[in-house]
Design a protein around this ligand. Structure first.
Ligand code: ADP
Ligand code: MG
Length: 508
């Protein structure tokens, strides 16, 4: 087997930085090129989580870089730390028969226990052509048919159809989670669960608004358990996957396989469990799944956009079970935490973000953390285009300052988000039925702003804000108009929210 020249690898990294800048991560430096074999370049990732992420998210870009750097139709194969590589061309991966019951690696293959030498990434090495790309999307239900009955996987991201949520992002480890007052409890509990699954807090239920780090914490638990206990069977899925998998299994008469997948595990992690709302049969099945795991001290980790008791139409017996362990809420980050998060995100991408830039961005974006990350990417792209380092001037030019910003029309959803953040109320409350003044005032502000800044009718606004009728919206608009005339605090609050909404850089 030939060893790839260091200059080729350096050339590939440079190509990735130039042509796929937002894909690049600092940890790419830990990837080791180990050889070229039968038209495939083998790259060793530092962990299986990194390998799986690279296969799923980065294969096209790496193929592109390899082909440019070598000027040949070479294909990339990513290996994990323990994956063996074929020795010599006689063992070329395409010559091997598919192992029965195996799903190819690009489809989140369940990996069989005790398998001595896993050959990785069948597809990518098969042919140095775009065949990889064509093969990646898979038919829903395919994994169900291909589920191995025996033996059990060492670790799997087993699931039926919702592939997107199954891959763990290696960026989402505990080491990259910035702790602040809003998430301290949730973080501490997640660490405890990862260290002692089944015994620390069971279930562990984390909830909060969108973009505040729930999925990050869930994935951090997965990464951590996987490192510390490679023998543990961990099943990490979205609630949608649970629902789809259940429905397909009922239809296909494959309930025993379904139960094996969800009950014969050491750790079950389900993201966005609030999607169980109003799904009676799935709730029933989940109830039994929960009991079965709980009785055996198997860890259950759940996330949701609302606390258990506020998930609409969730059976009482599930609500009470979700509260048996620890329920932790994540709140929006304060200014200092936002600065730290921006710097952490920049570091991950190998970017140098001066502190005045971080402070500027943190002052401008106080919505969810996903938007902070979006700002880092925007700055990175601007720096690439302008061919200059990230600086305060560049940040000003990218996000505009108060004077230079262009106005835009906000959506009702953005208005709800902006109002919730300003008044520090939860979206579920604002859209819900509570009539307390602390909720009803922000709700009225939402309605008035929606009327003023969008072209929606009173009916449409009422429907979007918790299903209220048009007279309620009309009343709210009048009430806010007269109250802002006499209440300078409210008037200033409304103006601040408006400014934020109208001047916020357009998404895209
Ligand atoms: P949620 O699941 O609550 O909607 P995510 O976990 O997807 O939110 O978080 C959105 C983005 O913000 C992700 O990129 C995540 O890494 C990042 N993020 C959230 N909280 C933190 C934190 N405390 N430190 C660093 N990054 C964070
Ligand atoms: Mg999430």
């Amino acid at each position: 087997m030939d060893h790839p020249d260091q200059t080729i690898w350096d050339g590939m990294l440079a190509h990735l930085r130039d042509h796929h800048p937002t894909l690049c991560r600092q940890w790419f430096a830990q990837i080791t090129p180990i050889g070229v074999d039968g038209g495939a370049m083998l790259l060793r990732a530092e962990s299986d989580v990194h390998r799986d992420y690279l296969r799923r998210e980065c294969l096209d870009a790496f193929n592109d870089a390899a082909r440019t750097a070598t000027e040949s139709l070479i294909a990339i194969r990513f290996l994990g730390p323990d994956d063996s590589f074929p020795s010599g061309n006689t063992e070329a991966p395409d010559a091997r028969p598919e192992t029965p019951g195996r799903v190819d690696a690009n489809h989140d293959a369940p990996i069989e226990a005790g398998e001595p030498a896993r050959d990785a990434d069948h597809d990518s090495a098969r042919e140095p052509s775009p065949v990889n790309d064509a093969e990646r999307p898979s038919t829903p239900g395919r994994l169900i048919e291909a589920q191995p009955r025996q033996p059990r996987p060492v670790f799997s991201e087993r699931g039926a159809s919702d592939h997107d949520t199954l891959i763990i992002n290696p960026d989402n480890g505990f080491e990259n989670f910035v702790v602040g007052p809003g998430n301290r409890l949730a973080h501490a509990a997640a660490v405890a669960v990862a260290e002692n699954p089944g015994y620390a807090y069971n279930p562990f239920f984390v909830h909060g608004d969108v973009g505040l780090g729930k999925t990050h914490l869930l994935q951090a638990i997965c990464v951590s358990v996987r490192q510390a206990r490679p023998e543990a069977v961990l099943h990490y899925v979205s609630c949608d996957t649970f629902i789809n998998d259940f429905m397909l299994s009922v239809r296909g008469g494959q309930m025993s396989e379904f139960r094996h997948r969800f009950r014969d595990v050491d750790v079950l992690v389900i993201d966005d469990i609030h999607f169980l709302a109003e799904r009676d049969r799935t709730q029933e099945e989940f109830f039994h799944t929960f009991n079965s795991l709980y009785q055996l001290n198997k860890q259950i980790v759940l996330s949701s956009d609302a606390p258990p008791e506020e998930i609409p139409h969730l059976e009482d017996r599930l609500v009470s079970r979700f509260k048996w362990g620890l329920v932790a809420r994540v709140d929006p980050p304060g200014y200092e935490t936002r600065i730290a998060i921006l710097q952490s995100k920049a570091r991950l991408r190998g970017l140098d973000m001066p502190s005045d830039v971080a402070a500027f961005v943190a002052g401008r974006i106080d919505t969810n953390i996903r938007e902070l990350e979006g700002a880092v990417v925007q700055l990175q792209l601007a720096a690439t285009v302008e061919n200059q380092p990230i600086s305060l001037d560049l940040a000003r030019a990218t996000f505009g300052d108060a004077r230079g910003r262009t106005q835009r029309t906000p959506t009702i959803d953005e208005i709800v988000q902006g109002v919730c953040e300003h008044f520090e109320v939860r979206r579920t409350d604002l859209l819900g039925k509570r009539r307390h003044q602390s909720i009803s005032l922000p709700r009225q502000v939402c309605m008035a702003l929606a009327r003023k800044h969008t072209r929606h009718s009173f009916e449409e606004i009422g429907a979007s804000i918790g299903g209220r009728d048009h007279t309620t919206v009309m009343h709210a608009c009048k009430a806010i108009e007269s109250r802002t005339a006499t209440d300078p605090d409210l008037e200033s609050a409304v103006r601040t929210i408006e400014r934020e909404l109208l001047e916020r850089a357009p998404r895209g």
